[in-house]
Ligand binder design. Structure first.
Ligand code: AMP
Ligand code: MG
Length: 354
């Protein structure tokens, strides 16, 4: 099967194609679509067979639950047991938007969709194409990122086609996504809300609204005995084919160290890639150097991360070195994805801070 590709923009939505996409989903088929975070691979969330198809198309481990996407607030109540007050506050503030919340699930949601868990992750995306498709499909669309499991998440329809073009029914090409990193996940099944995956909506933004919010201990890798609560966060993910190492330190130390590493690799007959920024790109004379964005506009770094990782898969490099990006707002989310892509390989260079 070759996916039909339909093109539209959020401003000019092709209603006929949306209706067709909705019909495909209602019949148990799979449709990839843009959201404000990354492209999603949609299937009817209330149909266990559709969920099974999603896992098969992605090669996704079946214990890794799917996020159920809705397009109106009133769709939340039927699929969950209760909505805690604090979740209502977050919904009011951040929905529609790049926020996923986890609740106890109702019987309406099949265990096939939740990877066998009694909880369900729900998101209400702001992308108008996504919203219209979800409504056309009957209101509940399970949609993980539309990539082959383990590859960088797709931020364009071309990425989706590369990975899943032969495995799904339709791809809606709505152009490049806005944010480029997956949604922030907040778990409401515990006393204190817990961030299971950082995203555009940062821990600080959540704390500002709710007060007490914790970061899942399993996300902090220094304690390898604690596993992340979101099953998906334990898998090596977003991984490029080449061996990726993050180099952390002052700008000058990082540039010197990366240049040294690339020189040594070349002496050993290995080609290396470098992930640099607009501010540093001219400092790297050797290797294949790619610009991820500007530190002055950190959202460009988030937006281009997966694209740059995918581009390196097209190059003959066996090593990639990346600067670290602990930027003020999205640094948590960017570094979470980059560290996973690097299998947590990070080298600290230069003098330790006093
Ligand atoms: P993706 O669909 O690729 O954005 O990944 C969805 C993420 O949400 C994965 O990391 C899942 O493990 C996580 N997730 C989905 N549902 C649940 C749930 N009920 N409990 C904990 N994590 C969840
Ligand atoms: Mg994913």
């Amino acid at each position: 099967m070759k996916a039909e590709i339909v093109t539209m923009t959020a401003k000019e939505i092709d209603q006929e194609a949306i209706a067709r996409g909705g019909e495909i989903l209602k019949k148990g088929g799979l449709v990839a679509f843009p959201t404000e975070t990354v492209y999603g691979l949609g299937g009817n969330a209330l149909d266990p067979m559709a969920s099974k198809k999603i896992y098969a198309a992605k090669g996704r481990p079946s214990d890794n639950p799917l996020i159920v996407h809705i397009a109106e607030l009133k769709a939340l109540t039927p699929i969950v047991k209760t909505v805690p007050e604090k979740a209502k506050i977050l919904a009011e503030k951040f929905w529609p938007g790049p926020l996923t919340m986890i609740f106890e699930k109702s019987d309406l949601v099949p265990l096939e969709t939740t990877g066998g868990l009694n909880s369900v992750a729900v998101r209400y995306p702001s992308d108008p194409i996504a919203a219209q498709l979800i409504l056309a499909a009957g209101g509940y669309v399970a949609a993980p990122s539309a990539n082959t499991s383990g590859r960088p998440s797709p931020t364009t329809a071309q990425h989706v086609e590369e990975d899943l073009g032969d495995a799904i029914d339709m791809i809606i090409d709505g152009g490049p996504v806005g944010i480029g990193l997956e949604s922030t996940i907040v778990d409401f099944t515990e006393e204190v809300p817990v961030v299971l995956r950082p995203g555009y909506i940062s821990l600080e933004m959540l704390q500002e609204v709710l007060g007490d919010v914790r970061m899942d201990k399993g996300l902090i890798k220094s304690d390898s005995n604690v596993h992340p609560k979101a099953p998906g966060m334990k898998y090596r993910h977003y991984a490029p084919k080449a061996d990726l190492t993050i180099v952390e330190g002052s700008t000058e130390d990082v540039i010197n160290a990366i240049n040294q590493f690339v020189k040594e690799d070349q002496t050993n007959g290995l080609q290396a890639g470098i992930i640099a920024t607009e501010e540093t790109i001219s400092e790297y004379p050797l290797g294949i150097v790619k610009c991820i964005g500007s530190r002055e506009a950190e959202e460009t770094i988030a937006h281009n991360l997966y694209e740059v990782l995918r581009e390196f898969d097209q190059c003959q490099v066996s090593k990639i070195y990346s600067e670290a990006f602990y930027t003020p707002k999205m640094g948590q989310a960017i570094m979470n994805r980059l560290l996973k892509a690097a299998g947590h390989k990070i080298i600290k260079v230069g003098r330790e801070e006093e």
